[in-house]
Design a protein around this ligand. Structure first.
Ligand code: ATP
Length: 396
């Protein structure tokens, strides 16, 4: 255990798997947690494999502080040279990268204590000391008294705690978390999330968390990166990425509507749709008329009422000019109202989610108390309104 102290994790990696190319750059400061979120097949596992040493990058570099774990020469015009010429591929066991996955993968024939002591033993720590370290870690993860149990005599949540203790007892310089709560029930996952948060904070090492669950990012991560088709398409503080998503995937994760269109005023965006555009005012970026822009708002911030109760001249749809980039005529008020016909309904928390024919990508959540007073039959026309203060506008 005479390794140098760690430092920040830096991975600038190009990796090819069959036809797929991962091309990303991530940096995680010591003590920081970066959540990487992405749909299936976006390259999350490939990124982890490149850092852990299970897959050599085609180009790029992986390092912890000054310690280079992997370096490949730049090839095929890809500029990922870090200035070093020598190819490096440190053995998995020598990387000091801890990986906690979805399944605990404990040695079935070893007790909880022996499983945790395995890492220190592999680093040459005498047996008695390794056992003391393991015992301490089992206590830290809330499993005192279960040292002698075999994995088969532990619950799934307990096994995952042992796996966390085993990973951290090896004193990694970097922690990789690959959907570590996905296989646990809700209560065990919540307890484990809390435990990971507490224990990793005490170690001050960079942590990269791969997850499908925005809750993991909200609870654990300082920053979040959205990975799509092998590229990072958005990266920033977790609150910023989930609060102002720039892709439909990130919007779906955050549970908000993201619609793209053209700016028609400094604070208004026209969104095309079957049956006429919607023009929405909001707050956020100062938009440039005629340029692409997006709006983000919560499905629950939309109010629905019978279409008959709306003056058609007030509804943004048909009364707006056809040219999508034409500025908003100041004599025509944009009141953030539009009309749509009910296409489908599904349960939403505390009410009903409405999707209309005109805008199938737009979800509207109506509380049950309001829904009972509406005609929600398929094809029924409703008027929708969202307050400008509930709409975030962004340049694209
Ligand atoms: N052995 C392989 N041969 C060819 N293509 C592969 C191989 N392994 C993975 N891929 C492809 O590489 C891409 C990235 O896969 P990867 O497992 O990194 O994605 P992921 O984001 O981790 O997905 P998931 O969320 O489903 O685990 C996918 O398109 C996948 O089909």
């Amino acid at each position: 255990m005479t390794r140098e102290a760690g430092g920040a994790l830096e991975a600038r990696v190009v990796a090819r798997v069959g036809d797929f190319t991962l091309d990303v750059a991530v940096a995680v400061a010591a003590s920081e947690v970066l959540a990487v979120l992405g749909p299936n097949g976006s390259g999350k596992s490939t990124l982890l494999a490149a850092i852990a040493g299970h897959r050599a990058p085609t180009a790029g570099v992986v390092r912890i502080g000054e310690r280079v774990l992997a370096r490949a020469p730049a090839t095929g015009g890809v500029e990922h040279d870090d200035g070093g010429d020598v190819a490096v591929d440190v053995d998995v066991a020598e990387r000091s990268v801890g990986l906690l996955g979805q399944h605990p993968l404990l040695f079935p024939h070893l007790s909880a204590l022996e499983n945790v002591a395995f890492g220190p033993r592999a680093h040459g720590v005498p047996k008695r000391d390794a056992r003391a370290v393991a015992s301490d870690w089992l206590e830290r993860v809330g499993l005192p008294g279960l040292e002698r149990r075999l994995p088969s005599a532990l619950s799934g949540g307990q096994q995952q705690r042992v796996a966390l203790a085993r990973t951290l007892a090896a004193r990694p310089d970097v922690l990789l978390l690959d959907e570590p709560f996905a296989a646990l029930d809700v209560q065990a996952a919540a307890a484990m999330r809390r435990l990971v948060s507490e224990q990793r904070a005490s170690l001050a090492i960079p942590t990269l968390l791969v997850t499908h669950d925005p809750l993991d990012a909200i609870v654990l991560a300082d920053r979040a990166a959205i990975l799509q088709a092998g590229r990072i398409v958005q990266q920033g503080p977790t609150a910023e990425v989930l609060g102002h998503p720039r892709t439909p995937f990130a919007a779906a994760l955050a549970g908000v509507n993201l619609l793209t269109g053209v700016a028609v005023a400094r604070d208004a965006v026209r969104i095309a749709g079957a049956g006429g555009p919607i023009v929405l005012r909001g707050t956020g970026d100062a938009l440039q008329v005629g340029t692409p822009a997006s709006v983000v708002f919560s499905p629950a911030s939309v109010h629905a009422r019978a279409a008959a109760s709306v003056d058609p001249a007030q509804a943004a749809g048909p009364s707006q000019p056809a040219d999508p980039s034409r500025p908003v005529d100041p004599s025509q008020p944009v009141d953030n109202t539009w009309i749509g016909a009910v296409a489908s309904l599904e349960p939403a928390r505390g009410g009903v989610r409405i999707v209309t024919d005109q805008h199938p990508d737009l979800a509207i959540d109506v509380p049950s108390t309001a829904a009972v007073g509406l005609d929600l039959s398929t094809g029924a026309r409703l008027a929708f309104h969202v307050a400008p203060t509930d709409v975030s506008v962004r340049t694209l």
